[in-house]
Design a protein around this ligand. Structure first.
Ligand code: 5CA
Length: 155
C-alpha cells in the first residue's frame, strides 16, 4: 500500500473522507503544490513538525507564511521549538517530509493551525506522498486536529 492509501485509511478512521488527487508534476513544496493544484500559494497547507526535546508539535501553516516558532512555542506552552529532523518527522507522523499530511499520524500531535488559512473556503494539504494533495475546509481541519488557531507568521 502506498503512503497515500495509508493516509486515506487513517483519515477514514478519524471520520474524514479524503478525496485525494495525484499530480504527476509533483507537490513536494508548497510552491509546487500551488502550481499543480492551480490555487494560490496561501491556500496550501504546510504540515511542519517542530520538536521541544523529543516531543513533536505540528504547525499547519499557510503556504505563503514563514512560521515564527517562538509564536508557536508560546501558543503550545513550551519554552522553545526547533524544526524536526527528517527522522523525527517520520517517527512522529509515519510519513516523510514533502508528503506529511495534516492528520492521520502514528502518534497524536498537539497542533497549531494558522489563522490565515481561514481566509479561504477550501485549502489543500499533502495526502501522504510528494505527488498528492486533497481539499478540505479550514473548519474541518480545526475539528479533526483539535488545533489551537493562532497567528504564526513571522513579520
Ligand atoms: N507537499 C507539500 C505541500 S502540501 C509539503 O509537504 N510542503 S511542506 O511545506 O509541508 O513540507 C516541506 C517542508 O518540509 C518545508 O517547508 C520544510 O520546513 C520541511 N523540510 C524540508 N526539508 C527538511 C529537512 N531536511 N529537515 C527538516 N525539515 C525539512
Amino acid at each position: 500500500m502506498d503512503a497515500m492509501q495509508r493516509f486515506i485509511e487513517a483519515a477514514e478512521l478519524a471520520g474524514f473522507s479524503v478525496e485525494a488527487e495525484k499530480f504527476p508534476d509533483g507537490t513536494r513544496t508548497a510552491k509546487d503544490a500551488a502550481a499543480a493544484v492551480g490555487c494560490e500559494l496561501a491556500q496550501i497547507v504546510k504540515s511542519l513538525v517542530f520538536v521541544h526535546g523529543e516531543s513533536p508539535y505540528l504547525v499547519l501553516a499557510s503556504g505563503k507564511n514563514r512560521v515564527d516558532e517562538s509564536l508557536v512555542a508560546k501558543v503550545m506552552g513550551v519554552e522553545s521549538l526547533s524544526i524536526a529532523t527528517p527522522d523525527q518527522v517520520r517517527n512522529a507522523t509515519g510519513f516523510a517530509i514533502g508528503g506529511t499530511p495534516p492528520f492521520g499520524h502514528l502518534t497524536s500531535i498537539p497542533t497549531t493551525l494558522d489563522s490565515d488559512l481561514f481566509l479561504y473556503e477550501t485549502v489543500w494539504a499533502a495526502a501522504g506522498t510528494p505527488d498528492s494533495c486533497f481539499p478540505i475546509s479550514p473548519q474541518d481541519l480545526e475539528k479533526i486536529t483539535a488545533a489551537v488557531v493562532a497567528d504564526v507568521a513571522a513579520a
